[in-house]
Design a protein around this ligand. Sequence first.
Ligand SMILES: [Ca+2]
Ligand SMILES: [Ca+2]
Length: 102
Amino acid sequence: MPTLQLKLIQCHGTEDWTGPDESYLLIGGRKVWGSQSMNDGAQEPLTQVSGVPFENSLRLSLYDQDSGLWDDDDYLGSWVVWGGEHTQGEKEARFNGDGADF
Ligand SMILES: [Ca+2]
Ligand SMILES: [Ca+2]
Protein backbone atom coordinates (compact mmCIF):
# COMPACT_ATOMS: atom_id res chain seq x y z
CA MET A 1 0.00 0.00 0.00
CA PRO A 2 1.43 3.43 -0.88
CA THR A 3 2.06 5.89 1.90
CA LEU A 4 1.96 9.62 1.63
CA GLN A 5 4.78 11.32 3.51
CA LEU A 6 4.85 15.08 3.49
CA LYS A 7 8.16 16.90 3.38
CA LEU A 8 7.66 20.62 3.51
CA ILE A 9 5.39 23.47 2.64
CA GLN A 10 6.46 26.71 1.01
CA CYS A 11 4.60 29.96 0.75
CA HIS A 12 5.28 31.92 -2.43
CA GLY A 13 2.37 34.27 -1.91
CA THR A 14 -0.19 34.64 0.85
CA GLU A 15 -3.93 34.90 0.50
CA ASP A 16 -4.26 37.53 3.19
CA TRP A 17 -3.46 41.03 1.99
CA THR A 18 -2.17 42.18 5.31
CA GLY A 19 0.50 39.98 6.80
CA PRO A 20 0.92 36.23 6.90
CA ASP A 21 -1.58 33.44 6.31
CA GLU A 22 -2.53 31.01 9.06
CA SER A 23 -2.24 27.96 6.89
CA TYR A 24 -3.49 24.52 7.77
CA LEU A 25 -3.54 21.26 5.88
CA LEU A 26 -6.11 18.50 5.65
CA ILE A 27 -5.58 14.99 4.42
CA GLY A 28 -8.78 13.23 3.54
CA GLY A 29 -10.75 15.78 5.51
CA ARG A 30 -8.66 15.40 8.66
CA LYS A 31 -6.52 18.26 9.88
CA VAL A 32 -2.93 17.08 10.05
CA TRP A 33 -0.97 20.30 10.33
CA GLY A 34 -1.39 23.92 11.36
CA SER A 35 -2.55 26.39 11.65
CA GLN A 36 0.84 27.94 11.21
CA SER A 37 1.63 31.52 10.40
CA MET A 38 3.37 31.76 7.02
CA ASN A 39 4.44 34.79 5.05
CA ASP A 40 5.82 35.21 1.55
CA GLY A 41 8.95 33.12 1.12
CA ALA A 42 8.38 31.10 4.30
CA GLN A 43 9.03 27.41 4.45
CA GLU A 44 7.99 24.90 7.11
CA PRO A 45 8.96 21.24 7.52
CA LEU A 46 6.14 18.70 7.40
CA THR A 47 8.16 15.61 8.22
CA GLN A 48 6.57 15.53 11.68
CA VAL A 49 3.22 14.72 10.08
CA SER A 50 2.97 10.95 10.20
CA GLY A 51 2.74 9.12 6.91
CA VAL A 52 -0.73 8.24 5.70
CA PRO A 53 -1.18 4.87 3.98
CA PHE A 54 -3.87 4.85 1.32
CA GLU A 55 -5.45 2.52 -1.16
CA ASN A 56 -6.40 4.43 -4.30
CA SER A 57 -6.22 8.13 -3.74
CA LEU A 58 -5.84 10.79 -1.09
CA ARG A 59 -6.95 14.37 -1.11
CA LEU A 60 -4.86 17.15 0.38
CA SER A 61 -6.53 20.47 1.02
CA LEU A 62 -5.00 23.73 2.14
CA TYR A 63 -6.82 26.49 3.98
CA ASP A 64 -6.04 29.87 5.42
CA GLN A 65 -7.63 30.42 8.78
CA ASP A 66 -9.38 33.73 9.19
CA SER A 67 -11.02 35.18 12.23
CA GLY A 68 -14.14 37.25 12.55
CA LEU A 69 -17.83 36.66 12.13
CA TRP A 70 -17.98 37.44 8.43
CA ASP A 71 -14.72 35.93 7.42
CA ASP A 72 -14.72 32.17 6.89
CA ASP A 73 -11.49 30.32 6.39
CA ASP A 74 -10.25 30.56 2.83
CA TYR A 75 -9.97 27.48 0.71
CA LEU A 76 -6.66 27.57 -1.12
CA GLY A 77 -7.05 24.42 -3.13
CA SER A 78 -6.78 20.66 -3.24
CA TRP A 79 -4.41 18.15 -4.70
CA VAL A 80 -5.17 14.48 -5.19
CA VAL A 81 -2.51 11.79 -4.86
CA TRP A 82 -3.22 8.65 -6.84
CA GLY A 83 -1.85 5.24 -6.02
CA GLY A 84 -0.44 2.99 -8.68
CA GLU A 85 2.81 2.35 -10.42
CA HIS A 86 4.07 5.86 -10.95
CA THR A 87 3.59 7.22 -7.50
CA GLN A 88 7.05 6.73 -6.08
CA GLY A 89 9.40 9.58 -5.57
CA GLU A 90 8.83 13.22 -4.79
CA LYS A 91 5.99 15.27 -6.11
CA GLU A 92 5.04 18.87 -5.79
CA ALA A 93 1.52 20.00 -5.09
CA ARG A 94 0.48 23.52 -5.95
CA PHE A 95 -2.28 25.38 -4.15
CA ASN A 96 -3.39 28.52 -5.94
CA GLY A 97 -6.85 29.26 -4.62
CA ASP A 98 -7.94 32.82 -3.91
CA GLY A 99 -4.75 34.35 -5.31
CA ALA A 100 -2.48 32.46 -2.95
CA ASP A 101 0.53 30.47 -4.05
CA PHE A 102 1.72 27.55 -1.93
CA1 LIG B 1 -7.51 34.96 4.37
CA1 LIG C 1 -5.73 34.45 7.51
